[in-house]
Design a protein around this ligand. Structure first.
Ligand SMILES: [Zn+2]
Length: 348
């Protein structure tokens, strides 16, 4: 930039620095300026920060700014090329619980290489791609681990194995969820109450009843679910969770409820213990937290209403009441209950 274009008002005094032209320490101003930096043979344009002498206008070399400018140019280059930055690289390593030495053993790099990348050097393309693969494809990370695990020290070995176990647990749970969702989603609207099945809502409706009753007998819980979904359908023409229900000996229950319960046990959301009394069956208690945000106000109102209506009722009472429901009287055992039976529910 032309010296004359600069005035004292442009920048602000940051420091007194030695000016080579004035041959003395002078007050210096800072300013931002569009500049081109060469990075790996490419021209990278950035807004760099520079210092200049307030007396003669000459640029003054200032360490801190030069470093920042270079970092900025590197950052821009990485962005342009889709390369990982130092923070991302560190995060990938930490995510796996590995030391710098540990990750370089698995990737087949020298420890100095990973240290340089984490300090801000630009990774070369093949290292970058390998690291991405390592972070995104669990199978690849497992493969490297199987190959090189003897070379890892104990800490790296322990933490990486723990990470893999946890990931596999997550995959199992995803599989479980998809299995349930698929099974419920094949039913047409009349059996889901005009909405698609929502596993998170069904889970949380279960949590709602368990936490409000503290402990609840399984057969009672299953009927409270049915009443909630069907009363919502009666009032608003749409169920809360989209769950299909079928006729059971003791009244209506969610279709294939065993997989839902097995799933909730698998994710450690509920605990089941046998009831001390003679006829009541399993009792549920809750480890998970009920998430109210998943529901509309009207839906919570319906669930509250159902909870109040059946307060203090035991499984036997529940079964008697639901046996009076038209759905139970008219349909055969195991039959899926169409939601239009909601209009006969007297509870509202
Ligand atoms: Zn000067």
């Amino acid at each position: 930039m032309n010296k004359k274009q600069r005035g004292k008002k442009e920048g602000k005094i940051v420091l007194n620095l030695y000016c080579d032209s004035c041959r003395k320490s002078t007050p210096c101003y800072s300013e931002e300026r569009e500049e081109i930096f060469p990075v790996k043979g490419e021209e990278i344009k950035i807004f760099s920060k520079v210092m200049f002498c307030s007396k003669c206008g000459e640029d003054i070399y200032y360490d801190e700014f030069e470093e920042k400018n270079l970092e900025m140019a590197y950052e821009k280059y990485r962005e342009k090329k889709g390369l990982l930055g130092p923070q991302e690289i560190k995060k990938i390593r930490k995510n796996y619980g590995l030391s710098q030495r540990g990750i370089s053993i698995l990737l087949g790099w020298s420890p100095a290489t990973i240290a340089r990348y984490e300090a801000g050097s630009i990774p070369n393309k093949s290292h970058n791609d390998q690291l991405r693969l390592f972070s995104e494809k669990l199978d690849y990370a497992k493969e490297l681990f199987e190959e090189k695990k003897q070379e890892l020290n104990r800490e790296d070995f322990k933490r990486f194995s723990a990470f893999l176990d946890e990931k596999e647990g997550e995959i199992d749970i995803k599989y479980f969820q998809n299995h349930i969702i698929k099974k419920y989603s094949v039913f047409p609207d009349v059996y889901r109450g005009n909405r698609s099945f929502d596993l998170a809502k069904l889970e949380n409706m279960i949590y709602y009843f368990i936490c409000n009753e503290r402990e609840i007998v399984k057969s009672k819980l299953l009927k409270l679910l049915w009443y909630s979904d069907f009363i919502s359908h009666k009032k608003y023409k749409v169920s809360i969770t989209g769950t299909p229900y079928c006729v059971n000996h003791f009244g209506p229950i969610p279709f294939n409820h065993e997989s839902i319960i097995a799933y909730l046990q698998e994710i450690n959301a509920i605990e089941i213990k046998p009831h001390p009394g003679p006829h009541e069956g399993d009792v549920f208690s809750l480890n998970a937290k009920f998430e109210e945000d998943l529901f509309f106000g009207e839906e919570i109102e319906v669930m509250k209403h159902v909870l109040e209506k059946f307060k203090g009722k035991n499984a036997g009472d529940m079964s008697k009441i639901s046996h009076e429901e038209k759905a139970y009287k008219e349909l055969a055992l195991k039959q899926i209950i169409p939601y239009h039976y909601s209009k006969y529910i007297e509870l509202v």
